[in-house]
Design a protein around this ligand. Structure first.
Ligand SMILES: [Cu+2]
Length: 258
């Protein structure tokens, strides 16, 4: 019976590792990267996955081997007890600590590029405000400034121009949300009371996902928007069309309001 159970345990690493090798070829893997910085994220992801994968495989096979080898049916000698090995303790404390320290230093540049080096002297392309359960978008109107009367409002349908640096001002109206653009390798929490800059450059046109990656309430699952990446001219056309539609529904006002 002991041999049987050790083989059952062995199916965990075999199936687990097998699936990881099969998944990319079957299309169950990361979505296509269409961002300028995404390769850094993917590289880190793969590096950490391979590192932890090797440790996982080694641990699982050792576990299997001990179950198989020291099965009580085939080992009749009395159990020997050990009080542990000081050397082993030191080795398996230092090795993971050194590995974690290495990853922390190794990823610093990628982190700085994606989270610290905010583009300077650049107005935000769009303001994204998360709320239960939608993405509210505000584009600067003709004056190019946010927070003025000609701002253009939209919901859940984020348009951006291709091959340009995009700066998003990210806010939340209620609880924690997470602005997630999987194809652009962008994932940033939206925090109530904070305005968080998010920047990226898309390298391909098309329609992609915009989702919330933070469990933010009962309707979290439907907090799904759309990201449309298009050429500069199509983008401007769309903005102009939005502005016209909006001005039609607005009451004409005599005074300018701030
Ligand atoms: Cu949310």
């Amino acid at each position: 019976m002991g041999k049987f159970w050790s083989l059952v345990f062995l199916t965990v690493p075999v199936l687990g590792i097998g699936l990881f090798f099969w998944a990319p070829s079957a299309g169950y893997w990361l979505p296509r990267d269409i961002s300028k910085h995404g390769y850094q994220i993917d590289h880190l992801f793969n590096f950490i996955l391979i590192l932890t994968g090797v440790v996982f495989a080694a641990t699982e096979f050792v576990l299997f081997w001990f179950l198989w080898r020291y099965d009580s049916a085939s080992n009749r000698e009395p159990t020997k007890y050990t009080h542990g090995s000081h050397n082993l303790e030191v080795i398996w404390t230092i090795l993971p600590a050194a590995t974690l320290l290495f990853i922390a230093i190794y990823q610093m540049n990628a982190w700085a590029d994606v989270k610290m080096r905010t583009p300077k002297d650049m107005p935000p392309t769009v303001e994204v405000t998360a709320r239960q359960f939608e993405w509210r978008l505000r584009y600067p109107g003709e004056d190019g400034k946010l927070g003025t009367r000609d701002d253009i409002y939209h919901v859940n349908d984020l348009h951006i121009p291709v091959d340009e640096e995009i700066l998003v001002d990210l806010k939340s109206m209620d609880v924690l949300h997470d602005f997630f653009l999987p194809h652009l390798r962008i994932k940033q929490d939206a925090v109530p009371g904070m305005k968080i800059p998010v920047w990226f450059r898309a390298t391909d046109v098309g329609t992609y996902d915009l989702v919330c990656a933070e469990l933010c309430g009962w309707g979290h699952y439907k907090m799904k928007g759309r990201l449309t990446i298009e050429t500069r001219s199509r983008y401007e056309q769309w903005l102009a069309q939005m502005a016209t539609e909006q001005s039609r529904t607005q009451e004409p006002e005599e005074e300018e309001e701030e």
